[in-house]
Design a protein around this ligand. Structure first.
Ligand code: ADP
Length: 433
């Protein structure tokens, strides 16, 4: 290498000197031949210089700094520096690559959607959660973000974020409700793009709707008896009621007040179950004895309709909350009496199979039409609203039953035939000791 560079410099110097001499001679003599020689000499000089410079640089160009055998003393420091720089660049690019891989691994495993778009609303990154939640498969990097959803409400949300404001909206998709949160990403005053988060809020929205319906139902249910009580007491206070009717009017007030108390008790029971604030008893409850107590309490209403209640099965100890277990059996038996015919039958059975404890309450009453079966556990749902005038009820009984059963990790199912009767079967798992 040293020899090659030395040779190149040597021959360049020789040629340059020769050309300079010819040039001086040519300029001194005023002769055309000399001028021709001068031009040829200049061209020869230029070509030689080019060839020489190429020769000089070729070894440098051909140097491979990664070749460990390379050893040129003049450029070794330079090669070492290049090697160090290359190592640094390699490390940094590996770090960037693994960071990007980690980020994509995290975002790909997120159940939420995340989309990053540039200032022209083109997608820079989009995880599979976003595609799944928005029900599209076709979006890819470089596409417009509106390929994900082209509704007016989504456009507004994105445009707001592009305008520098945090924005959010709820999208109704075929897969459910989605919350979109779009935030601008800006360094100094310029918007560099936006980050869009997509959440599945179907359940949250349903709960919100249920809460709203519940509040409005409770208000309605409380208002009705209170209005009656207010009206009757007003008439009594103004002496409009004939003395012989006072007893009946008093009876009406009592029955409306009773309705209010039942409703409030039901709401309290439900909210305790909702809040999970019901404690679990440490001692077991004998379900057979409990059913016997419940039947005793319902004796009067059963007698009013000449309904016969029978209890069968076995004494089974179950660890749960006695009050909640009582409410479950009470509400099921109460319904079996209320929705039964005169002189009907109600059967309560406590039994078990290897893995489950069963409480079965069956009647031979009016039965439930199949299209209502899935809805009877909803709050305030009553199969026949016109019945609610004749058959007293809040529409909360089976909700309390369902939540009470769920509290004990159990399940409930209904078998019913219109005009023949219904059977409610509660199943509690037997915990292995
Ligand atoms: P309610 O206070 O109206 O009894 P529930 O939540 O206990 O409220 O029951 C909801 C509805 O389910 C009732 O209004 C009734 O229409 C129906 N239902 C419940 N139990 C029976 C049953 N054993 N036989 C027929 N229908 C029933």
């Amino acid at each position: 290498m040293t020899g090659k560079i030395f040779n190149s410099i040597f021959w360049t110097a020789v040629i340059t000197n020769a050309v300079t001499l010819i040039l001086v001679n040519a300029l001194n003599s005023n002769n055309i031949t000399h001028c021709g020689i001068f031009i040829i000499a200049v061209l020869t000089g230029v070509i030689s210089a080019l060839r020489m410079s190429r020769k000089i640089t070729r070894p440098l160009v051909e140097v491979n700094p990664d070749d460990p055998k390379i050893n040129y003393s003049e450029i070794n420091p330079l090669i070492n520096k290049i090697r160090i720089q290359k190592g640094k660049i390699r490390r940094q690019s590996n770090e960037v690559k693994s960071g990007r891989e980690q980020l994509s691994l995290i975002t790909e495993n997120m159940s939420e959607g995340i989309v990053i778009a540039d200032p022209r609303t083109n997608i820079l990154s989009c995880n599979s959660g976003a595609l799944r939640l928005l029900g599209t498969e076709s979006a890819k990097v470089g596409d417009s973000i509106y390929i994900l959803n082209d509704s007016e409400i989504f456009r507004h949300c994105i445009q707001d974020a592009m305008g520098g404001r945090n924005s959010s909206c709820i999208l109704k998709t075929s897969g459910g409700d989605r919350e979109i949160i779009a935030s601008p990403s800006n360094i100094t005053d310029t918007i560099n793009g936006i980050v869009v988060f997509i959440f599945d809020v179907t359940e949250k929205q349903q709960l919100e709707t249920m809460r709203r319906e519940f509040t409005s139902n409770v208000s309605h249910e409380l208002k009705t008896p209170l209005t009656t009580i207010y009206g009757i007491s007003d008439m009594l206070a103004n002496g409009i009621v004939k003395p012989e009717d006072v007893g009946q009017f008093g009876q009406n007030i009592r029955s409306e007040a009773e309705r209010l108390i039942i409703l409030i008790n039901d709401i309290v029971s439900l909210s305790k179950l909702d809040e999970n604030s019901v404690p679990r008893d440490d001692t077991g409850t004998d379900l057979y004895n409990l059913a016997e107590e419940v039947i005793e309490r319902l004796h009067r209403s059963a007698n009013e309709k000449n309904i016969k209640i029978s209890l069968s099965g076995e004494h089974i100890e179950f660890i749960g909350n006695r009050t909640v277990l009582d409410e479950i059996i009470y509400n099921l038996c109460d319904n079996a009496i209320k929705y039964n015919k005169v002189s009907g039958h109600v059967e309560v059975k406590i039994s078990h199979i290897p893995t489950k404890i069963l409480i079965t309450v069956s009647d031979d009453g009016m039965g439930i039409p199949p299209e209502h079966i899935n809805r009877i556990f909803e709050r305030f749902y009553r199969v026949d609203k016109s019945h609610s005038r004749q058959i007293k009820g809040t529409g909360l009984g089976l909700s309390i039953v369902k939540h009470g059963v769920m509290y004990h990790n159990g399940t409930i199912r209904v078998e019913s035939t219109v005009g023949k009767g219904s059977a409610f079967i509660v199943e509690f798992p037997i915990e292995k000791k």
